[in-house]
Design a protein around this ligand. Structure first.
Ligand SMILES: NC(=O)c1ccc[n+]([C@@H]2O[C@H](COP(=O)([O-])OP(=O)(O)OC[C@H]3O[C@@H](n4cnc5c(N)ncnc54)[C@H](O)[C@@H]3O)[C@@H](O)[C@H]2O)c1
Ligand SMILES: [Zn+2]
Length: 361
């Protein structure tokens, strides 16, 4: 398969996303070709480095990695401080590049370090989870959690390059892989019927992590994200459609203190809620809602919701940082591949939709 190149063009920076099975083994020459500064540091987690670090080290001529823990609970300023410490001790300067090598947690944290160290050094993402490959590595959102809330501290800082090698997904736990697939379904449902059908059709090959199946769905997801981000870098308008499934999803994560669901799993439920809302107001055909529900169900069981009350979820939605002027915004599907954004949803409609999806009264 030929390497895929996708260009992201935002007002603050343009950059290439390179997607290829085996790209990891050529990161050094790839970055040279893209004129990314040659003094390169890598930030990764102990697990990711143990699994795949050798390949990266060989490709970027013997680097000493900066290893930090990557659980969501470590996505905090003290961990970023450890990255600064390592950069300062190594005398990293303005002509240095920080390469992030891990999932979304490493990318967001080390990306924030790169955005702020010396007011910004070059940043390259080499994402290693499906979620990071199709979502978090593109678009420039970097940051960390505050003890009182998720992603409250951060910035927009576009990377100088993104290098995606699907062969690293072979070691990803099945649950993490599925969590990423729900975001792929999100892209399909909002923007691409072809992608939606492909996930359904190639499910077995995807779970076997076959590059022939992975490359097309990662490429299409990245193209959609790149297009949306290029049109709307700071999420003023069109980028909001990527929040499909995230209004209820974020609320579920907050209510369960980010412990029960992987982000993608909460988004899967959030998409079901939004679809239910849409059929409830006649905006989405029942057949399309069912196609979405069936595809999500076909990937396997999701953690339960029956003990969470719709009132609790509704309350948490009101605290979401994306609320504008007190109105709940919902991205509603209107068919497979198309959406509309509404801000006139009544509480009762939300409660009804939540109940239909399985939340308690
Ligand atoms: N910046 C953005 O636009 C954006 C978008 C979506 C999500 N996010 C953020 O991304 C984070 C979630 O990212 P995530 O889902 O990648 O989780 P993660 O970074 O926590 O990684 C999940 C787990 O997989 C492990 N892992 C990573 N690569 C592996 C591999 N190849 N093989 C085996 N194990 C591997 C990690 O060590 C970790 O235990 C959240 O903090 C979320 O806020 C950011
Ligand atoms: Zn998401």
């Amino acid at each position: 398969m030929d390497p895929v190149r996708i260009d992201v063009t935002t007002p603050s920076r343009g950059y290439a996303v390179t997607l290829d099975a085996g790209a990891l083994d050529r990161v050094g020459t790839l970055l040279d070709g893209l004129r990314v500064p040659a003094r390169r540091f890598v930030a990764s987690s102990p697990l990711v480095w143990r699994l795949h670090g050798q390949r990266l080290a060989r490709a970027i001529a013997s680097v000493e990695p900066i290893l930090v823990p990557d659980g969501e609970r470590y996505k905090q300023l003290p961990t970023v401080m450890r990255i600064y410490d390592a950069l300062v001790r190594a005398n990293a300067d303005r002509a240095s590049t920080l390469v992030t090598f891990g999932g979304g947690v490493i990318g967001d944290m080390a990306g924030f370090a790169a955005a702020t160290y010396l007011r910004g050094i070059a940043l390259v993402h080499v994402p290693t989870t499906l979620l990071a490959q199709v979502d978090s590595a593109i678009g420039g959102k970097v940051g960390v959690n505050h003890p009182l809330g998720k992603n409250l501290i951060g910035s927009f800082y576009q990377p100088h390059a993104v290098v995606i090698d699907p062969s690293v997904l072979g070691t990803l736990p099945r649950r993490e892989f599925r969590a990423g697939l729900y975001e792929v379904i999100k892209y399909g449902m909002t923007s691409s019927p072809g992608l939606f059908d492909r996930v359904a059709r190639d499910r077995t090959a995807l779970f076997a992590r076959e590059p022939q199946a992975l490359v097309p769905i990662i490429a299409e997801s990245c193209r959609i994200k790149a297009g949306v981000v290029s049109a709307d870098e700071k999420e003023a308008g069109p980028r909001r459609i990527l929040n499909f499934g995230h209004t209820a999803g974020h609320a579920m994560e907050a209510v369960t203190k980010y412990r029960r669901y992987r982000h993608g799993e909460a988004v899967a439920y959030g998409m079901l809620v939004a679809a239910q809302l849409a059929t409830g107001r006649g905006a989405l055909a029942e057949g399309d809602r069912k196609a979405l529900a069936d595809l999500i169900a076909s990937l396997g069981p999701l953690p339960p919701v029956a003990d969470l009350s719709s009132a609790q979820i509704l309350e948490a939605m009101r605290h979401d940082k994306k609320i504008v002027a007190g109105r709940l915004h919902f991205v509603l599907p209107t068919s497979v591949g198309a959406t509309t954004i509404v801000d006139d949803v009544a509480d009762k409609e939300v409660r009804d939709a939540l109940k239909r999806v399985g939340f308690r009264k």
